[in-house]
Structures are given as structure tokens and as C-alpha cells.
Design a protein around this ligand. Sequence first.
Ligand code: B1M
Length: 214
Amino acid sequence: MEKYNELYESILHGDMGGAVKVTEKAIAEGEVDPKSLIDDYMTPAMEEVGRRFERQEAFVPELLMAGRAMKGALEILKPALQGQSSSYLGRIVMGTVKGDLHDIGKNLVASMLEGCGFEVINLGTDVSTEKFVEVVRNNQVDILGMSALLTTTMSYMKEVIEALKAEGLRDRIKIMVGGAPVTEEFARQIGADGYSDNANTAVALAKQLIRNGN
Ligand code: B1M
């Protein structure tokens, strides 16, 4: 467990070079499951930065640096996360909702979905309702995935769902939502088909939504 504490420390202190180096070493040694690096070291470091931010012991630059370090390390892990799935499971459009710039968790979910056989159209961050609607209209989409990390932006998910209904597109697709402030109850309230609180359960949920059909 303690072996890769340096990864935790590097991300916590926003040291991208250090985070990349220890991740490369872990991969080269081949002893560790990439998911364990994410769940046991990287995500806890981000949670700690968040707690320090709340206590005003860290500020936006520290969040940015930690985010950069985690992204750098995730890039190294990406090939390992993507695995060798042979079957095509469906097409998912993913984006972080309008006003929200957090994309680390959403990108992690996207990588895991790709690794399991989904094609992912990743729209990035700060995605408007119009953009979500346009992409659903113009593509053969099985699932729309929306992410939000702010309590002030999560309500935007409902707006997107209402716009899809108004355009007669809602019943064509399944909708899944996630991100730290999102809950199962919130997902139900806004009329989403599913919610997940991490990348592993997001893959299981997407497979289940595909099985249940459109
Ligand atoms: Co921001 N930020 N941030 N931030 N930031 C939070 C979210 C916050 C909780 C920190 C805190 O106060 N403790 C807080 C939100 C408070 C709230 O609304 N309740 C906050 C704030 C306040 C802000 C600003 C307003 C700060 C400011 O400017 N004063 C500002 C807002 C900017 C904006 O978006 N408009 C801001 C900015 C930033 C940075 C840009 C500096 C940076 C983001 C960099 C980036 O993403 N490229 C940042 C960071 C890094 C964080 C924390 C520290 C870490 C987020 C993260 O990457 N976590 C965060 C604190 C925290 O989360 N504890 C915080 C790791 C990631 C793997 O987890 O994203 O939760 P997560 O994703 C998980 C699950 O949620 C789930 O699976 C993922 C993988 O397991 N999931 C899905 C996510 N999306 C999913 C979609 C799905 C399914 C599952 O289906 C579609």
C-alpha cells in the first residue's frame, strides 16, 4: 500500500513531474493494478486538496496544480485503462455541464468506458444545452453522460433533459449523470436514467442501460 505514497504526495503538492515519474515506474514494475493507483493514491490526494481548500489552507492555484499532476499521471495510465475490449457496446456522448470546468473525473469515466468497448464522444467542459441537443440530434447516440462538480452547475443537467424532451429527442437515448455533488435522488428528480459515483460503477451502469435498451 505505502509503496506508491510518493504518487499521493506528488499530486497533493501539484508536482506533475513527480506524479508522472512514479506512475511510469509503477507501470514498468508491472506489479500494480492501475485502478488501485487511481483509487488508493490519486483520488485521495485530490480529496485532500479539496479539504485543504475548504479549510483555506489551499487556494485555486493549488487545485489547478494538483489537477495538472493528476491529469499527467492519468495520461500514463490511459493505455492500461483502455484494455483490449473486442466487442462494441455502443456510443456515449459525455460532457461537463455549462459553467463547470472540472473534467478529471469525467475524463477518467470516459477512458474506462472506452476500455470496456464503448465509443465515447467527449464534448469537454462548459457544454451548453444547445451543444448537447445538437450532438444527440445529429449522431446515433445510445447514452448521454453529464458530469458536474459544483452545486451551482448540477441543476443544468435538468435543463438539458428538459430541452431534449422539448425537441422530441429524450426517448431516443438513455441518460446517466455523475460528479461529486450528484446523488441518486437528484438523478431521479431530474429524470435521468441512472447515476454513478465513480468510474467503475459508471461502466456497470452504462452496460446495464444498454442491456435495458433504448
Ligand atoms: Co474545484 N471545486 N473549483 N477546481 N475542485 C471542488 C469540486 C470543491 C468540492 C472543492 C471544495 O470546496 N472542497 C468545490 C465545489 C463546492 C461545491 O460546489 N459544493 C470547488 C470549487 C468551489 C471550485 C471553484 C468555484 C473555486 C474558485 O474559483 N473559487 C472553481 C470553479 C471553476 C468552474 O468550474 N467554473 C474551481 C476550480 C477548480 C480547478 C479548475 C482549479 C480544478 C479542476 C481542474 C480540472 O478538472 N481540470 C479544481 C479541482 C481539482 C477540484 C477538486 C480539488 C478535485 C476534483 C477532482 O478532480 N477530483 C474538488 C474537490 C473534491 O472533489 N473533493 C474541487 C478527482 C476526480 C477523479 O473525482 O471529479 O469527483 P471526481 O469524479 C469521480 C466521480 O465524481 C464520478 O466518477 C469520477 C471518477 O471516480 N463522476 C462520474 C464524475 N463525473 C461522472 C459522470 C458520470 C458518472 C460518474 O456519468 C456521466
